[in-house]
Design a protein around this ligand. Structure first.
Ligand code: CA
Length: 235
């Protein structure tokens, strides 16, 4: 079928690679593979996949090199699949341009769900054009980008300009984790010492205004030590 999504798997561990190929083909994806960073870049430019699943620990170079290379020209989503559980590694991969990060060992169901989410978001961003007007809705939350207003159950929620900007940035990439520094850069343009604190204070106010009880995730999920993610319809 011509309309199958094509996925590039970059993984040097043959067992994991074979498992991924079987899993994805069984779920109707078209699959191409690479076992090193150099091969991955070649396969990517030849096949232009809709999505790449990327191991970071590759024999020739670190997988982040691949992300850096393709991000010069392409916006196709990348899901990092790595044994590295360190938060710093997650932050680095996401800041380099990965769309999501899954830690090994992973569940098949979880991986397939993340693939669907990332593919849907990239399609939607193509259709809407990120940061153009329009509306966002999720459960009882509605955002009108043209009038910069936010509603819950049809009742307007009063946000400050900064709070609105944060909600706007998160909603326009809903489903994706945005790191603290990515949000800070988008909102304030630069990252200084007080920025993280400023972001946390704003976020606490936003969550309160959106009706979150302490310790509870309502619309915005706090990925501890990494960043924030606006839920999407799959959550
Ligand atoms: Ca590896």
């Amino acid at each position: 079928m011509a309309n199958k999504n094509k996925i590039l798997i970059v993984e040097d561990d043959v067992n994991i690679r074979n498992f991924l190929v079987a899993l994805l083909e069984a779920n109707d994806y078209q699959v191409v593979t690479a076992g090193s960073c150099k091969e991955a870049i070649m396969m990517f430019t030849t096949h232009v996949p809709d999505l790449t699943i990327l191991d970071l620990g590759l024999p020739d170079m670190d997988g982040t090199f691949f992300i850096n290379e393709i991000r010069k020209e392409w916006s196709a989503p990348v899901i990092v699949l790595s044994a590295r559980t360190d938060e710093q590694d997650k932050v680095e991969a996401l800041d380099t341009g990965a769309n999501d990060y899954i830690t090994k060992p992973f569940g098949s169901g979880e991986l397939l769900a993340r693939i669907r989410t990332v593919l849907r978001n990239s399609r939607r961003n193509c259709e809407l054009g990120v940061f153009q007007g329009g509306k966002f809705s999720l459960d009882n939350l509605a955002i009108d980008y043209d009038t910069r207003r936010v509603y819950i159950d049809g009742v307007e929620i009063k946000l400050t300009q900064t709070e609105y900007n944060i909600v706007c940035v998160l909603s326009q990439q809903s489903g994706k984790i945005l790191t603290y520094s990515a949000i800070i850069k988008a909102i304030w343009g630069s990252n200084d010492e007080g920025s993280t604190k400023k972001l946390q204070v704003n976020m606490a106010n936003i969550r309160k205004k959106l009706g979150a009880k302490p310790g509870e995730d309502s619309y915005i999920i706090n990925e501890l030590g990494v960043g924030y993610r606006m839920k999407d319809k799959n959550d």
